[in-house]
Design a protein around this ligand. Structure first.
Ligand code: PLP
Length: 385
């Protein structure tokens, strides 16, 4: 099977050195070699979180990280405000509900970002009922819609209204792809996932937590075991994880960090921004309606509406026949949206090439497109970014 031209928002293609690291022989996970590796990767991720807190590494997908954030710091019955702008916002709220949190949701139209003032109003209303939220759940980058929330502004609004409330952030498709300042923005828990900006296979979730969160953990009573972050925190100084870790993916994370560090985090973010600009310009010039509010369009995933007179499955068939793999819509946007992932090991050239294939495939599926306009606009935007 030839390698796919994989342009979904995770899993992302792996650089060669990362693939090679995955074929290394195992080491004992309770010995000095693994200890060195844990320290290396945990410290190596801190610049992307911009935190002094330890970065814990869980062997699970990103959803496990979200579950860990809920169960480690909250108790059944705790009032929780969920700020939802899409499918993953809904998932975070569902996890909290599943463990018995008393969840109130403030929802924004899909394609839009959350409005900090509206979040303040929602917190005020809960406080007026004597239900000041113990935690607010926020998705930094909503992968289902291609919208990046104004995380710093949202955190400031939450803090102004509820100084002691925990801010739990789903940064699964954000951390490492766009600047995040966990400590400066006063975020309490930030979660990310391996198969996104980190250029490694699925299987790890990474989490960092503030002192405020650890204080809350002392009285948190949600049932938990595997996803108890206190156990992870306590194992870290020994260079261990509480349970047998996905050792091979840790090797790969170390290899990926070598590449990211050599590039420099600012350049990594600039590259993602350039890829985002390229995708948006290319799709718009072809005549696709971009779904995300342009002021909050994500630099890790771009979403566009499927034209009304064509089925997504027909376009997708043509793209697949050309080996290009994109993502469709999720939840209520299934069949109505398609998404290009541009995070991890991706260049402007990769996205220009994807735009060329989308033009060809969409034309073959019967979409009316001015030939050449998309790739030309994509190339231009990539150069200017
Ligand atoms: N949150 C966001 C924003 C995501 O993009 C994803 C995955 O796409 C998840 C959570 C869930 O992560 P996983 O599929 O690794 O469990």
């Amino acid at each position: 099977m030839p390698p796919q031209n994989l342009r979904i928002p995770g899993p992302t293609p792996l650089p060669d050195s990362v693939r090679e690291a995955g074929s290394r022989q195992m080491v004992g996970h309770r010995g000095p070699e693994f200890m060195e590796l844990v320290v290396r990767v945990s410290e190596g991720m801190q610049p992307a979180f911009q935190t002094k807190a330890d970065v814990m590494i869980l062997t699970s997908s990103g959803t496990g990280g979200l579950e860990a954030a809920v169960v480690s710091f909250l108790s059944p019955g705790d009032p929780v405000l969920s700020v939802s702008i899409g499918n993953f916002g809904e998932r975070f709220a569902e996890i909290a509900k599943a463990y018995g949190a008393d969840v109130t949701t403030v929802e924004f139209d899909w394609g839009q970002a959350a409005d900090p003032d509206a979040v303040r109003v929602a917190i005020k209303a809960m406080a007026a009922e004597g239900r000041t939220p113990k935690a607010v759940l926020v998705t930094f980058n909503e992968t289902s819609t291609g919208v990046t929330n104004p995380m710093a502004d949202l955190a400031a609004a939450i803090r102004a209204e509820a100084p002691d409330t925990l801010i739990l952030v789903d940064g699964v498709s954000a951390v490492g792809a766009m600047p995040l300042e966990m400590d400066a923005w006063d975020l309490d828990v930030v979660i990310t996932g391996a198969q996104k900006a980190w250029m490694i296979p699925p299987g790890l979730a990474m989490a960092a937590a503030s002192d405020r969160a650890w204080a809350a953990a002392e009285s948190a009573t949600m049932p938990r075991f595997y996803f108890d972050l206190v156990k992870h925190r306590d194992a870290l100084p020994r260079g261990q994880t509480p349970w047998t870790p996905a050792v091979g993916i840790f090797f790969q994370l170390a290899a990926a960090l070598e590449l990211l560090e050599a590039e420099g985090w600012d350049n990594v973010y600039k590259r993602h921004a350039a890829c985002g600009a390229t995708a948006r310009a290319g799709l718009a010039a072809m005549g696709f309606d971009l779904f995300a509010d342009p002021a909050f369009a994500s630099n890790s995933v771009t979403s566009a509406l499927v034209p009304e007179d064509v089925e997504w499955s027909a376009i997708n068939k043509e793209l697949r026949a050309r080996n290009l793999v994109l993502a469709g819509g999720q939840g209520k946007m299934k069949g109505k949206l398609f998404r290009i992932g541009h995070l991890g090991d991706v260049s402007v050239e990769d996205i220009v090439s994807a735009i060329e294939i989308i033009e060809e495939g969409a034309l073959a599926a019967g979409v009316t497109i001015e030939s050449g306009a998309g790739p030309a606009a994509a190339r231009r935007a990539g150069k200017e970014a």
